[in-house]
Design a protein. Structure first.
Length: 306
């Protein structure tokens, strides 16, 4: 006769099988999950340090003497040179605060222009019916793939003929015409997720398109508007090419042009002061992203309302 061997399951597993009527399953190792979590977090921290190392090195270099920066490339400080910040603030022909003010004016005008014009254009594409709607929407999407270098020359010729060079107008006025197709597309997708029943209910109450847009659609678009404002701030604050083309007078320089002025081809460059002002210029971006990341994530991920 064939001998059959039986292996008894633990009492807890056998009881579970009797009660649930399902095959008994062995419990997971209680130490496996903590170890996996520790390894995962260790890898994430290592990657974060690797990505943040250039910024950490710049902050450390801003507190070093200029002749030590590239001689000791580590991130360990032997001394603190806080004078790099005070000297760098007044190192150029104009105080660095003037460049921050100029950038703030351009950024504020760009944000207002994008919020107003892009939201109105998005409502038209999402809710209105007019001839050539799909054609114009397709042309708008095609403009996203058009490099700025293709249109910068005709734009410069146009703005030069009307006397806008060396003013902030070429950097602000186009934003009032919904030229940033990315934000228009973002808002169109958001508005399409809003139920049309809200529009129909408002229309029954006698509301027209202006009232529906201002009192119904616009309040629901807060995540998309916040995303537009954050991206506009970051992109405009860091813009160098367009500002270099239209602004040639030192008193009109913005933060990127001011940082570029620290590099002198005819004399030694003071990298310590330049790094110090670079740290100062990163503070507004860091604060905007820190306080607006909730709206940023919600605006990108949301395609409708709950």
């Amino acid at each position: 006769m064939t001998k059959i061997e039986y292996t008894e399951a633990p009492a807890s597993l056998a009881t579970e099988a009797i009660i649930t009527g399902r095959p008994a399953r062995r419990r997971r190792d209680p130490f496996r999950k903590p170890v996996t979590s520790i390894v995962r977090h260790a890898l994430l921290i290592a990657m974060a340090v690797l990505m943040l190392y250039p910024i950490i090195w710049m902050v450390v270099s801003s507190l070093r003497p200029n002749d030590v920066i590239f001689r000791e490339p580590g991130i360990v400080l032997d001394s603190f040179e806080f004078s790099n910040y005070t000297d760098g603030w007044n190192a150029l022909a104009n105080p660095f605060g003037l460049y921050i003010w100029n950038s703030a004016v351009i950024v504020l005008g760009s944000i207002v222009g994008n919020l107003v014009s892009c939201s109105m254009a998005a409502y038209a594409f999402a809710r209105l019916e007019f001839t050539g709607k799909r054609v114009f929407f397709g042309l708008m999407l095609l403009s996203i793939m058009l490099p700025i270098h293709v249109i910068i020359v005709p734009q410069y010729v146009l703005f030069s003929q009307i006397g806008w060079v060396n003013t902030f107008l070429p950097l602000i006025v186009p934003k009032l015409l919904a030229t940033d197709a990315f934000f228009v597309f973002l808002m169109v997708q958001f508005i399409r997720g809003v139920p049309r029943e809200l529009d129909e209910a408002a229309r029954i109450d006698g509301a027209g398109h202006p009232r529906i847009f201002l009192q119904i659609i616009l309040p629901l678009m807060v995540p998309a508007l916040a995303t537009t404002a954050i991206f506009t701030f970051i992109w405009t604050w860091n813009d160098f090419f367009a500002q270099l083309i239209y602004l040639t007078r030192p008193e009109l320089y913005t933060v990127p042009l001011g940082l570029r002025s620290f590099e002198d081809a005819q004399s030694a460059t003071n990298y310590a002061q330049m790094f110090a002002m670079s740290v100062v210029s990163l503070i507004p971006i860091f604060l905007v992203f820190l306080f607006g990341q909730k709206f940023l994530i919600k605006g990108i991920a949301t395609t409708g309302i709950k």
